[in-house]
Structure formats: structure tokens, C-alpha cells
Ligand binder design. Sequence first.
Ligand SMILES: NC(=O)c1ccc[n+]([C@@H]2O[C@H](COP(=O)([O-])OP(=O)(O)OC[C@H]3O[C@@H](n4cnc5c(N)ncnc54)[C@H](OP(=O)(O)O)[C@@H]3O)[C@@H](O)[C@H]2O)c1
Length: 264
Amino acid sequence: MDMGLNNKTALITGSTKGIGKAIAIELAKEGVNVLINGRNYDEVEQTVNEIKSKFPTTSPQNATADIVDKEQRKALFEKYPEVDILVNNMGIYEIMQYEDVDDEVWEKYFRTNVLAANGLAKFYLSKMLKNDYGRIVFIASEEAIMPSGQMPQYCMTKSMLLSLSKSLSKLTRDTEVTVNTIMPGPTLSEKVHQIIEGIYTNENMTFSEKEKQFMAANLPQSEIQRFIRPIEIGRLAAFVCSPYASAFKGSPIRMDGGMVPTIF
Ligand SMILES: NC(=O)c1ccc[n+]([C@@H]2O[C@H](COP(=O)([O-])OP(=O)(O)OC[C@H]3O[C@@H](n4cnc5c(N)ncnc54)[C@H](OP(=O)(O)O)[C@@H]3O)[C@@H](O)[C@H]2O)c1
């Protein structure tokens, strides 16, 4: 299916790995010129080159920046003053006990997972409204609506993104701009892959066996009993960014493998 995205420009935050990279690849597959972001210039450059060689008709660009840093965000805006699509994917997560989450940690998570994304949305939304076209997608998590209790500092920020997305969507009334949130369930990014390999060190087990055991022991509520593959989120994100998805307005869109047990 041609998603009608050819020659659009998209900034995908945190796109050198995991879900962000998969979104960038799926957008590039649709002819989008992707701006690759991460803090490490060489890793960003490597991803840019990889995408350029896979999709030579597109023009991926190096958008290295620590987007939590206000000054670096400003420099990024000067380099790329307009984008058609903004995917606010970058986010940090870590299992923590509530007792260990002090004020500094709460603030770090708020600054990283919410304020950085809001800073980018605030800058690009006004341009999108002026152009009467644009897509902003926040990547939250199923933990936004179903906190497991294992990462309170993280879940709070993901719930906030749902609210922020809906507030911004209100500003897009009667325009071709949309603001939505995708809530992935547990997804096999490189980081998650490493965690599983670290838990099951038995060399005779295949990764698929490790994955099955982990799901059964830790995520029994998942209906797919496997991790979601980043490409699955990537494909969904590309659709949400497409002109065919213009009726999604401020929607929380779940792709959680059945983790959330309720209808809504
Ligand atoms: N994996 C899951 O199971 C899962 C499930 C639900 C939701 N999510 C959400 O999906 C998003 C992506 O998760 P993931 O697992 O794919 O992440 P990941 O593998 O940890 O990748 C994170 C990306 O963000 C970049 N990054 C980190 N800090 C940055 C900063 N300050 N400025 C710019 N880039 C930065 C990293 O590159 P550098 O470190 O080189 O900067 C990397 O490219 C997150 O928002 C996460 O909460 C993940």
C-alpha cells in the first residue's frame, strides 16, 4: 500500500536503535526523508548511511542532538526549522522500587520523557498549523494506562503524554494536522534483547525459548506471548503519519499484544 508519504520530512527522536529506528526505516520505505536523532554523532551517521543505502531515493539526514538539552534543541530547530512529521519516540525506562525514586529521579524522567517531547512539539506544531499539514506522534506505552508498579517514575511520564497529546490535538481543530499517541506493549528493542540474554545465560537455549519462558513467567497477561517486533510498531506509526489516518485526532492507539485486559 502506498501511504502517500513520498518526499515528506520526518524527525524521529531516538532513532539510532529500537522502536525509533524501526519507525525511521518504515517511513523511509514510504519515501520519507528522515532526520535521524540520537546523542552519538557516529551512531547517527551509521544509521543515516544504512537508510540511504536501503532507500537511495530518499535523503536521510544527521540530526544529532541531546534533545533534553534546551540549547541543543535550539540548534536542532535552526538546522531543521520545519518538518511534516514529528515522532516523539525517545524515552528512558528502568525498573525501580518506589522507595528508591527520589525527587531528582522524578525530575529527570519528567524532563527527559515529557519536557523534551513537549519542546519539540511546541516548536513544530505552529509551523504545521500554518502549513495546514502535519503529524505529531508521541510514543507512550501500555504502562501509561496500566502501570505495573515496577517503574512508577516512567509510568507517570507516559500517562502525561496521553494528556499532552489530547491537549495539543484540540489546537488542530479543522486542520490537516493530527496529534496522536501510540502505546506499544513490551517490544524487542536491542536493549530488551540484552536484558533477556542477561537473564537466561544457558547457551543451549535458543532466543525463542528464552522469550517464551520470560513471557510465561513475567508477562502472562500478554496474549501474543512474545515481544512485539519494532517493525510492527514502525509500520503502525507510518500509517498514523499518513494522510489516510487524518481522522485519528488525539487518539491513544494501542499495539500492546493484548497486555491491557480491558476493552478501553
Ligand atoms: N522497548 C519496549 O518494550 C517499549 C515498550 C513500550 C514503550 N516503549 C517506548 O518506546 C520508546 C523507544 O524505546 P526503545 O526500547 O526502542 O528505546 P532504546 O532502544 O533505549 O533507544 C533509545 C534511543 O533514544 C536515543 N536517546 C536516548 N536519550 C536521548 C536523548 N537525550 N536525546 C536524543 N536521543 C536520545 C538513543 O540513542 P543514544 O543513547 O545514543 O542517544 C536511542 O537511539 C521509548 O519512549 C519507550 O518508553 C518501549
